[in-house]
Design a protein around this ligand. Structure first.
Ligand SMILES: CC(C)(COP(=O)(O)OP(=O)(O)OC[C@H]1O[C@@H](n2cnc3c(N)ncnc32)[C@H](O)[C@@H]1OP(=O)(O)O)[C@@H](O)C(=O)NCCC(=O)NCCS
Length: 150
């Protein structure tokens, strides 16, 4: 679990920095720390429950990435491919595709008919991966920073 969380934390920092380059590293790390126990609980659920899955990608028995998908509690025909994170040194070599293929295969086996994924707009690698597997952009989430007036 420690290795999975290490990959998640390092890749999340990278992902957030792509979208919010001015965001201080300390604040990204603090956010990640705040949600650590909840996150680990989620990873365990992916291993132990019938409605979620956590898969790892290995290179010579070492975990180099992981993927997670969760079936909706309210509607078990819908699911989210929540996470695919690959260690930096192993990106662009097909591991993300392998995980995505396996997650979608598992969801199909569970009779899921619709899968979504939430991705930062500037995360072109992740958007490319999703598009490669037939995902289409169906919504755009917008955000604005409000500065307090003095
Ligand atoms: C996104 C990520 C999981 C992709 O995994 P990967 O193992 O590098 O992906 P693959 O090598 O299987 O490539 C799959 C497709 O993704 C796209 N892709 C991968 N890297 C890309 C890049 N740097 N720029 C644009 N598209 C890219 C391509 O369409 C590629 O298909 P192709 O090689 O057949 O053309 C990986 O880059 C990563 O871990 N990024 C940091 C964490 C992250 O942002 N995770 C997603 C959170 S939503």
């Amino acid at each position: 679990m420690a290795k999975i969380d290490e990959i998640y934390v390092n890749s999340s920092i990278y992902e957030v920095k792509i979208q919010f380059p001015k965001k201080p590293l300390a604040s990204i790390k603090a956010d990640l720390d705040k949600h650590k126990s909840e996150r680990l609980k989620g990873f365990r659920k992916g291993i132990n429950s019938g409605s979620a899955i956590l898969l790892v990608a290995l290179d010579k028995k070492e975990i180099i990435g992981f993927g997670e998908a969760i079936i909706s509690k309210d509607d078990n025909s819908k699911a989210e491919a929540t996470k695919i994170y690959i260690n930096k040194a192993f990106r662009g070599k097909g591991a993300g595709s392998m995980l995505m293929k396996s997650l979608l295969g598992w969801l199909k086996g569970k009779k899921v008919s619709s899968v979504s994924a939430g991705i930062f707009a500037k995360n072109f690698a992740s958007i490319g991966l999703a598009k490669k597997f037939g995902f289409e952009i169906t919504a755009v989430k917008m955000q604005k920073t409000l500065k307090s007036s003095k």
